[in-house]
Design a protein around this ligand. Structure first.
Ligand code: FE2
Ligand code: FE2
Length: 151
C-alpha cells in the first residue's frame, strides 16, 4: 500500500467515525423537533440550546476541517472543484438553517402559538434533513472519489 493510499484510508476512517458520532446527535435534533408544541418554551429552549451547542462544538469544526483540508485534496485528486463547491454550498445551507434556529431560540421567552410551533418544528426538521443528506452525499459520493472507487 502506498503512503498516499494509507493517508486516504486514514481520512476515510476518520470521517466515517465522526459521521457515526454525528448520527446520534442528529437523532437528538429529530427528538427535540418532535416535542415542539408539547413542552414549555423554557424546556424547548434548553433542549434546542443543547442541539445548537453541538453544532457549534462539533459540526462547525468538522466542516471547517473539510473545507481546509479534505476538499482541496479532493479537488487535486479529481482535477475539478465542482464536487467540493457543492459540498461548501451545502455547508452554507446548514449554517443558515442553524442561524435561523439560533434566532428562534432567542425568541423562546413566551409560550409558542400553534402556528409558531409548527414553523419552528419545520425549521428543525429542515436542519435535520440538510445535515443527513449532506453526510450521505459525502459518504456515498465524495469518499469513494478519495480512494478511486467511484466511476
Ligand atoms: Fe461536510
Ligand atoms: Fe462530513
Amino acid at each position: 500500500m502506498s503512503e498516499m493510499s494509507s493517508v486516504m484510508d486514514a481520512e476515510r476512517v476518520f470521517i466515517e467515525h465522526e459521521h457515526r458520532e454525528m448520527a446520534e446527535r442528529i437523532d437528538r435534533l429529530h427528538d427535540v423537533a418532535a416535542v415542539v408544541g408539547t413542552v414549555s418554551s423554557a424546556e424547548l429552549s434548553f433542549a434546542l440550546g443543547g442541539v445548537l451547542d453541538w453544532v457549534k462544538a462539533t459540526w462547525e469544526p468538522h466542516a471547517a476541517w473539510e473545507e481546509a483540508w479534505l476538499y482541496p485534496r479532493l479537488d487535486a485528486l479529481t482535477c475539478t472543484s465542482l464536487p467540493s463547491r457543492l459540498m461548501r454550498y451545502e455547508h452554507g445551507q446548514i449554517w443558515d438553517a442553524t442561524h435561523r434556529l439560533r434566532n428562534d431560540q432567542a425568541t423562546l421567552r413566551h409560550e409558542l402559538r400553534h402556528e409558531e410551533a409548527v414553523e419552528l418544528r419545520g425549521r428543525m426538521y429542515a436542519l435535520e434533513t440538510l445535515i443527513r443528506a449532506h453526510l450521505d452525499r459525502e459518504e456515498h459520493l465524495l469518499l469513494p472519489m478519495l480512494d478511486g472507487t467511484t466511476a
